[in-house]
Design a protein around this ligand. Structure first.
Ligand code: G1P
Length: 209
């Protein structure tokens, strides 16, 4: 009689035919992964969400980005300020102008060394992109790390599509490293009223070690 659990599971099941999976047959980079979905996307603006970048926020990050996109159009990417020594883990904006939460870009560099980074404002894994990006991804040109980089295509696309970063509100977790993954789990558990108190007691117990 676990009817509540059954209902919770059923509630989020999408209607049949609404989810399509594309397999990237070779690990050639993020740009290549997105390119693999080109025929499904067709001629529409689309969103890219990197699953290892998690955001805890009142308004979902993608909704914030969609609202920002409706103001500026073009390509819009999640932006976050980082420590200079971390630039080589991220795409980094070359900034023409900051305007509130908007970052008007004049360039974008993938994983620059701290001494070469044009700013400390990084790409965080949420994107709204125009389908014209495929013109650039079609070139299949490898960049940093020998990978076909989405960042490179977005920078090249600046020839016809303006690029704006948006500093979204919310707490960011980079689950691409183990500590970030554990921290995200703790933060999300604490954010749930039904788990908060028990989680806090558990954390207190281990904090002593
Ligand atoms: C990817 C992107 C990078 C972005 C980062 C965000 O890098 O290439 O531009 O800043 O995600 O997490 P990855 O983490 O896959 O190396």
């Amino acid at each position: 009689n676990k009817n509540r659990e059954l209902q919770e599971t059923r509630d989020w099941l999408p209607d049949p035919g609404n989810i399509i999976f594309i397999r990237q047959q070779q690990p050639l980079g993020l740009g290549h992964a997105v390119w693999c979905a080109r025929n499904v996307i067709g001629d529409e603006p689309f969103a890219v969400l990197l699953a290892d970048d998690i955001i805890l926020s009142k308004t979902p990050c993608l909704k914030q980005l969609v609202d920002a996109y409706q103001k500026v159009g073009g390509n819009v990417i999640g932006a976050a300020d980082i420590e200079r020594e971390k630039t080589s883990s991220y795409g980094v904006f070359d900034i023409a102008k900051n305007e509130g939460a908007f970052v008007h870009a004049k360039g974008l560099v993938e994983k620059p060394k701290p001494e070469n980074a044009p700013s400390q404002t990084a790409v965080f894994g949420r994107y709204i992109l125009q389908p014209s990006i495929f013109k650039y991804l079609d070139k299949q040109k490898a960049g940093v790390g020998g990978e076909i980089q989405l960042t490179d295509a977005i920078r090249e696309a600046m020839a016809d599509t303006p690029l704006t970063g948006f500093r979204f509100e919310g707490e960011r977790f980079d689950c691409g490293n183990r500590e970030g993954f554990v921290e995200a789990n703790i933060a999300f558990a604490l954010a749930r009223p039904d788990m908060h108190d028990r989680m806090q007691a558990i954390l207190k117990k281990y904090a002593k070690q």
